[in-house]
Design a protein around this ligand. Structure first.
Ligand code: DGL
Length: 274
């Protein structure tokens, strides 16, 4: 099984693209079995310390690996930015040397590098993601000299979770966060949070045609396809019966309601404790 982890149900916006739900073309990844775990009991992660995010993420990985996952994608930007490196370098080799953990930062960084023409890239994310500097580091590793402008947008996650995606108040707040990035003449904007694709149209409208705003889920899909092609030793261990398991650490009703909006398909989640 392929595990997907997020602090809550936001990662379902990434899984949606990976599975090609609502897309014109079917995704070849849809035939694999997926187990999605959202740690809603402790979300949002965006204002937690890196230490807490690391501890929570490893607990979730323990659960997923002990329940049949061979490979786990951290679909959460906050977890990828604050915990992935330490997990890959220290935790995984001692705890699960035969398993793999991938993140969402590198796929989005690579996509942004492909897109930018003027070398000026914007990053919009949670406080913990922006403060970690991890995305900037991945971008600069790939293109030294790139100019990166980051902004934390802490009000967006609660607004989107309240379903305020089309409200005039949300549009005003978006403008408030985006104006400083726009004034830097960026030509590519990374939506470094699972929730922001739900307001991608408004973000694109505010930024204008000269800025490319791409869905991070599409970058993740391409990266996962490529990874599985390059790693037959992992791919051959994955089961392919199109099975979906949704797990949450708090109220299933909330997860089902909001999660279904993020995934674009009805969800029946099961409650688990980590
Ligand atoms: N999933 C988180 C992310 O992508 C957003 C929600 C949270 O702060 O937990 O950064």
């Amino acid at each position: 099984m392929i595990g997907f982890f997020d602090s809550g149900f936001g990662g379902l916006s990434i899984l949606k693209e990976v599975l090609g739900i609502g897309a014109k073309e079917k995704s070849s990844l849809a035939s694999y079995d997926f187990m999605y775990l959202g740690d809603t009991a402790r979300a949002p992660y965006g204002n937690h310390s890196p230490e807490k995010i690391y501890t929570y993420t490893t607990q979730a990985l323990d659960y997923l690996f002990q329940h049949g996952c061979e490979l786990v994608v951290l679909a959460c930007f906050t977890a990828s930015a604050n915990a992935l490196r330490k997990i890959q370098q220290e935790w995984l080799p001692t705890h699960y040397p035969d398993k793999k953990v991938l993140g969402i930062l590198i796929p989005t960084a690579e996509e942004a590098i492909k897109e930018t023409k003027n070398g000026r890239v914007g990053v919009l994310g949670t406080r913990a993601t922006v403060q970690s500097g991890a995305l900037s580091a991945e971008l600069l590793k790939r293109r030294p000299g790139l100019q990166i402008f980051s902004a934390a947008a802490p009000l967006l996650v609660p607004l989107i979770e309240e379903g305020w995606t089309k409200k005039v108040e949300t549009k005003k707040i978006l403008r408030y966060y985006l104006q400083p990035l726009k004034s830097k003449k960026i030509d590519t904007l990374i939506l470094a949070c699972t929730h922001y694709p739900l307001v991608i149209k408004n973000i694109q409208l505010i930024m204008g045609r000269s800025t490319k705003v791409f869905h991070p889920g599409i970058a993740e899909k391409e990266s996962l396809l490529d990874y599985l092609q390059r790693h037959p030793e992992i791919e051959s261990k994955l089961t392919r019966s199109g099975k979906r398991v949704f797990l949450t650490t708090d109220k299933t009703e909330n997860f089902n309601r909001l999660g279904s909006q993020f995934l674009g398909e009805k969800i029946e989640a099961r409650l688990v404790s980590l």
